[in-house]
Design a protein around this ligand. Structure first.
Ligand code: CMC
Length: 428
């Protein structure tokens, strides 16, 4: 049978090269150019990897045109509305949703593993006051590799699982400690009587020996945020985790690097930037001025929480979050109604403005999440940290998938060199 191929003709030499087309279960086909350099002596050029598939994966599928996101074949809205973050984490790691008993066991194990070694607390003492929690988090996750050095060389499923469960369970504790230390507040240890998400909110907000009431709607809102962030195929931070993982570094070093990549405002830092921007705009009568700035080519100002590399119709995560934001407002859970008015006006204008329509710029997951997190009394500096807690199961699932390949190819792109040559003095 004739194989489907793409033919490339080099007009300089008139040579023809054929490359196989590979089909996934769904989504665009890919052209396998892995022998391109060997065949042609040339590299392909793809700044920002906009046309490059870097791996085969069975974890997450996004259809940016339809606004569809699936984890292991399950639609995100099903998981967000009917399941919990722990179900989702289990699904990402084990490839199937858990039964009631499996979920119960997983939850108990998460609780037991949520503590960090007492000696690790000294690390937090070393950071200056007001240190950004993302910096503390990245450093602490890297430091965790010193406590679990045995995870450096793992190749059995039970070893991967232990590594994975450990980091997912400890991430909220490290994150909460990062916040408490950076603010000079007493740390709160995990409470074994509380579930995963409730426990994180408790460690963030609680005080020693003081009862704290967390409303189910607040826990569900944060749990949904975690679920919506759990994986997003080969985005910048996941690609970072896979790239570091491809060198056989410690998995926690790979995740620490992923945290660094996520921190930037073009990625996980956007939710913090959205709130800061909404506060800067301040009132509905100033929205037009900022929309004008966003459209001005000579102004670096961008509307934070708008646009996405993959979603070109709508971001399904943003839709779900908008519903949650409005529900929290109805229930009087402290959503800043002035900022909601500003956000709604920005959204309304942008969705009908030629600049945004022609560039397919829609509200992304970060546009609404900041307002929800603010309503949950989570400080802005912690917004990207929340993203990290949610994304950790995705990172470890992607790391495991990479390690389970028959052979690991180190990530090593090439370049188009445009710098100077022959500058070395000849007679020295
Ligand atoms: N405001 C104004 N103009 C924008 C925006 C924006 N937020 N985003 C993109 N554009 C314009 C951009 O100037 C360019 O215009 P032109 O074609 O005239 O040069 C065009 O739209 C394409 O933009 P791009 O930067 O080439 O697109 P990209 O796919 O490389 O970048 C993005 C995607 C998310 C980095 C970008 O849209 C952005 O910076 N958005 C704001 C930051 C943000 O909300 N980030 C969170 C992303 S979702 C969470 C996550 O995955 O981490």
């Amino acid at each position: 049978m004739q194989k489907d191929t793409v033919t490339i003709i080099n007009n300089r030499t008139n040579e023809k090269f054929e490359y196989p087309i590979l089909d996934g279960t769904v989504g665009p086909s890919v052209v396998d150019i892995s022998t391109f350099y060997q065949d042609t002596g040339m590299f392909t050029f793809d700044r920002g990897y906009t046309s490059t598939a870097s791996c085969r994966s069975k974890i997450t599928y996004i259809d940016g045109g339809k606004g569809q996101l699936m984890y292991r074949g399950y639609d995100i809205s099903y998981l967000a509305k009917n399941r919990t973050f722990l179900d989702t984490a289990y699904l990402l790691l084990n490839k199937t949703l858990p039964s009631k008993e499996e979920l119960e066991d997983f939850s108990i194990e998460m609780k037991k593993r949520s503590f960090i070694r007492e000696s690790m607390k000294k690390l937090f003492d070393a950071f200056p006051d007001n240190a950004h929690p993302m910096a503390i988090l990245s450093a602490s996750v890297s430091a965790l590799s010193t406590f679990y050095f045995e995870h450096l060389d793992i190749d059995k499923p039970n070893e991967y699982m232990e590594m994975a469960k450990r980091i997912i369970a400890k991430m909220p504790t490290i994150a909460a400690f990062a916040h408490r230390y950076s603010q000079g507040l007493p740390i709160i240890y995990p409470d074994l009587g509380r579930g995963f998400t409730e426990n994180f909110l408790y460690m963030l907000r609680g005080y020693p020996h003081r009862h704290i009431d967390l409303k189910p709607i607040e826990i569900k809102a944060l749990d949904t945020i975690f679920t919506l962030h759990a994986d997003h195929e080969q985005n910048a931070s996941t690609t970072t985790v896979r790239n570091v993982g491809s060198t056989h570094a410690h998995p926690y070093a790979a995740i620490s690097a992923g945290i660094g990549a996520l921190w930037g405002r073009a990625h996980g830092g956007a939710n913090e930037s959205v709130i800061r921007q909404l506060e800067m705009i301040g009132s509905v009568d100033r929205v037009d001025e900022f929309i004008k700035r966003a459209k001005d080519k000579d102004d670096p100002f961008r509307l934070m929480g708008f646009g996405h590399r993959v979603y070109k119709n709508f971001d399904p995560r943003a839709k779900i979050l908008k519903e949650i934001r409005d529900k929290l407002m109805e229930e009087g859970i402290g959503v800043n109604s002035e900022l909601v008015k500003v956000a709604n006006k920005i959204e309304k204008i942008a969705l009908s403005d030629e600049y945004f329509i022609s560039r397919k710029l829609y509200p992304n997951v970060d546009f609404h999440s900041g307002l929800i997190l603010q309503a949950l009394k989570i400080p802005k500096e912690m917004f990207a940290v929340i993203f990290v807690i949610g994304r950790t199961p995705g990172w470890v699932a992607q790391w495991i998938e990479l390690q389970e390949q028959p052979t690991i190819k180190i990530a090593r792109p090439r370049q188009l060199y445009v710098g100077p040559v022959d500058r070395t003095p000849k007679d020295d």
